[in-house]
Design a protein around this ligand. Structure first.
Ligand code: ADP
Ligand code: MG
Length: 318
């Protein structure tokens, strides 16, 4: 017998995460939530569509994880602490094993970040998942894209490019031949189960002048951050923190390309004024360049300027 909508919600979504600041969660017409006094509310929403944001027939645990992770990454980029999530789920059919795995992927990440699922909507149609997350930040302290100024250093967390290479492996566009299987698996997992940088986002309050999460590729997202601050940026590609796995799988040149244009990393890219650089010692982030007055993003390798396009880059001068 097909699962009724009520039974489906009750079985898979009623008890995801538990927080004391939820007066009324899943089950009523609306959720009743108690925001902490004196804090600003931060609201984000993102949609994943099958075939657009993840390959058809992807692991449902990964879909559930990513649907929440992309939102937690946006919250982290605002310097905020996530609290509540809403889930609008459109499903072609109520397949129990798919739902169980999806709810596990979503729920494990929600519990790990102390997020409670407080409501949503369930409809039938082509597979699509929309998640909204609400979080808090002390009044006036949210990290905006607009605060970067020429002279600020540009940082990125983690090792960008891994997730895009992992997606290429999953889609057969990258063979991975000759690379250790454990490295290939690590790259695939970076796409399937990205870990949002919640801890660092919160710690960056009062230190970073601007912050963005890397969803569309480091170069493009940095361009957005720089433009929002009315400046440009310069990256030294020799400083890019490429993982050993990415280098082994893709080779040095393609590894740089993945890191600059690949997307799906959900790392944070942020800027720090010179006077506050000391605060970052020991953090899992790497300085890769500077904001500059002239608009646009330029690439250097040491002293050489590199011309950059989305299909590759050429050296022209030294
Ligand atoms: P209504 O018709 O009043 O919108 P629904 O039957 O759609 O109510 O939903 C019943 C309850 O279940 C509501 O509290 C809603 O927020 C919640 N809900 C529905 N779908 C989901 C879902 N996919 N995840 C979490 N909560 C859900
Ligand atoms: Mg409804």
């Amino acid at each position: 017998m097909p699962l009724s909508e009520f039974a489906l919600i009750d079985r898979y979504f009623r008890a995801v995460g538990v927080r004391a600041d939820v007066r009324n969660g899943v089950g009523d017409d609306g959720a009743v939530l108690v925001p902490p006094p004196g804090e600003d509310l931060v609201a984000v929403v993102d949609t994943l569509v099958e075939g657009v944001h993840f390959p058809p027939a992807s692991d449902p645990a990964s879909i559930g994880h990513r649907a929440l992770a992309v939102n937690l990454s946006d919250v982290a980029a605002m310097g905020a602490t996530p609290a509540w999530a809403l889930l609008a789920l459109t499903l072609p059919r109520a397949n129990e094993s798919w739902l169980a795995a999806f709810a596990r992927g979503f729920g494990d990440l929600a519990r790990a970040h102390d997020v409670q699922l407080v409501g949503g909507d369930t409809t039938s149609g082509p597979l699509s998942i929309t998640v909204q997350v609400l979080g808090f930040v002390p009044r006036g302290e949210a990290l905006l894209r607009t605060g970067g100024r020429a002279g600020d250093s540009v940082f990125v967390t983690g090792t960008p490019g891994d997730a895009a290479c992992g997606l290429s492996l999953l889609q057969g566009r990258e063979s991975g031949r000759g690379s250790p299987p454990a490295m290939l698996e690590a790259l695939r997992r970076r796409f399937l189960f990205p870990q949002p940088r919640s801890g660092i986002g919160v710690q960056l309050r009062g230190i970073a002048s601007a912050c963005i999460d890397v969803s569309d590729g480091l170069a493009g997202d940095l361009a957005k951050l720089a433009q929002a601050g009315g400046c440009g940026a310069e990256i030294d590609v020799a400083l890019l923190p490429l993982s050993d796995a990415l280098r082994a799988c893709a080779g040095e040149d393609a590894a740089e390309q993945y890191a600059l244009t690949g997307g799906e990393d959900y790392e944070l890219c942020f800027t720090v004024p010179p006077a506050r650089l000391g605060a970052l010692r020991g953090w899992p982030c790497t300085a890769i360049g500077h904001l500059v007055e002239a608009p646009g993003v330029r690439l250097r390798r040491g002293h050489n300027v590199i011309e950059f396009s989305h299909s590759g880059f050429d050296h022209f001068g030294g």
